[in-house]
Design a protein around this ligand. Structure first.
Ligand code: 5AD
Ligand code: SF4
Length: 464
């Protein structure tokens, strides 16, 4: 991976000047609402967006309808993500009729797609700002231009991507944090649009990452999630991902997780890390996508079923309790029933704690979109239904196997179903609810697991 240019500090300072200019304006949005779609990378971007908007003097609105500025941070990984974003934006047109000063901003992966910005400019003239993935840091300048020029701003940059440091941030949680370590992807799996919208792989330096981790630790953060589209190809200042992980572990933050890993790049050092590092949680998201070699080849995944199964074996030999999760695509162009059965048998063999399953969605500009696909949608639907049922049964067994254990839970929130309970995750990533109150949020609590539900565990606090 090439070292990519860092956006110069002078440019970030220039953007800070725009933040001040907007803040000083009489007629500007006073409140904002962000709708974050898609993956954790987008969630992290939304924290930077929130930070910039707050520097511009805006406060987070309680509800979308109350906000003076509404920003959609979009995803385009599957067609339904895109339809959802466009559907939502059309609804905003109605809202704007009653609230003419409402500022509507749309950015992220969908707007970065080829031709999308032009289409939006033509068909959605009520959108005030359209920007892409590479120029997020220029948001202050664009907001200022919308307010002063009083006409829509549409700016999407067609570049390989840069590394941005030093943006303000308004974090969603006080004790759990996302930390980007790299951006972009060079793998070009044939179904995937990510390399087309997020650009080439580029890594932050270990120093910048460690500095951010230390700052978060000082602020009381207890769990960090290192993020990248393909963390295993992290190369920052000569360091590989496993080196970085050892350095982060030494900081002493109680919990470290990371995502996402590509099976072709999962190194021996990283497997060993699961046996050695005190703070690395026994959990790994390792998307397999399919269980058949022919399909994997056409997906350009560059590993085989046997290789994947071998990784699982080695991971479990160093860390027997590791919780594995995965992404699986059903109905890839040309997938036969037999090939699908290979995915089913792999799922039976690996026994994932959870698997996110998707029906293949053709994305314009990707290679697979040109592949012949003669499997009817109804057949794909039936296949995914079978896969979901199988995975649910396996997940339930994994949950039931936890009953009777005592686990340390980092409490995240009051339970949505029962106001007298709180919930949080075990090291392996299982969600546990147990009787408790709001004062426990952000704390580590020992919990005895008493029963398993469909997706979560129930437990009882063990008093020290
Ligand atoms: N169709 C369906 N699923 C997809 N994914 C990525 N691209 C597509 C597509 N075109 C899934 C993969 C990936 C996850 C984030 O989304 O499983 O791991
Ligand atoms: Fe995340 Fe990919 Fe969706 Fe972009 S397209 S938000 S990188 S999942």
């Amino acid at each position: 991976m090439k070292e990519r240019p860092i956006v110069p500090e002078s440019e970030i300072l220039r953007q800070r000047e725009f933040m001040k200019l907007v803040r000083a304006m009489d007629r500007r949005p006073q409140s904002y609402h962000i709708v974050s779609m898609g993956c954790q990378m987008n969630e992290r971007d939304s924290e930077s967006i929130a930070g910039m908007l707050e520097e511009m003097g805006m406060v987070r609105a309680r509800a979308r309808e109350d906000a003076d500025l509404i920003l959609y941070n979009t995803c385009c990984v599957r067609e339904n993500a895109e339809n959802k974003a466009l559907g939502n934006v059309i609804w905003l047109k109605e809202l704007k009729k009653d609230k003419p000063d409402l500022m509507i901003c749309v950015g992220g992966c969908m707007t970065q797609e080829k031709g999308m910005a032009a289409m939006m400019k033509k068909n959605y003239p009520f959108i005030d700002l359209v920007y892409g993935t590479h120029n997020l840091y220029r948001l202050p300048e664009y907001v200022w231009r919308v307010l002063t020029e009083k006409r829509p701003v549409v700016e999407v940059m067609d570049i390989d991507g840069e590394v941005v440091e030093g943006l303000p941030e308004a974090r969603a949680s006080k004790f759990m944090a996302f930390v980007n370590i790299m951006y972009g992807c060079d793998n070009f799996c044939t179904y995937c649009i990510v390399p087309h919208v997020r650009g080439r792989e580029r890594s932050r330096t270990p120093e910048a990452i460690l500095e951010e981790c230390v700052r978060l630790q000082d602020q009381g953060v207890r769990e960090i999630m290192l993020l990248g589209q393909n963390v295993n190809s992290y190369r920052g200042g000569g360091a590989e991902f496993a080196d970085l992980l050892y350095r982060v572990d030494r900081l002493g933050i109680p919990r470290i997780r990371f995502m996402t890993s590509h099976p072709k790049d999962l190194s021996d050092e990283l497997i060993h890390a699961f046996g050695e590092l005190r703070h690395l949680m026994p959990q790994l998201h390792l998307p397999v996508q399919a269980g058949n070699d022919e399909v994997l080849k056409r997906m350009n995944r560059r590993y085989t079923r046997a290789h994947y199964l071998d990784l699982v074996k080695r991971l479990r030999s160093v860390c027997p309790d590791i919780g594995l999760t995965s992404d699986i695509i059903v109905g890839f162009p040309g997938e036969t029933l037999e090939q699908f059965e290979d995915t089913m048998s792999l799922v039976r063999e690996v026994r994932f704690d959870a698997a996110y399953t998707f029906i293949y969605s053709p994305r314009k500009g990707t290679r697979a979109a040109e592949f012949p696909d003669d499997t009817p949608y109804a057949v794909k639907s039936e296949r995914i239904q079978r896969l979901i049922e199988l995975q649910q049964a396996i997940a339930l067994e994994a949950l039931e196997a936890q009953v009777g254990k005592t686990e340390q839970v980092l409490v995240e929130a009051v339970s949505t179903r029962d106001a007298a309970s709180v919930g949080g995750k075990t090291p392996r990533g299982h969600m546990v609810n147990f009787p408790g109150d709001i004062s426990l949020i952000g704390q580590f609590v020992d919990v005895e697991i008493t029963s398993a539900g469909r997706n979560t565990l129930r437990g009882r606090r063990i008093e020290q």
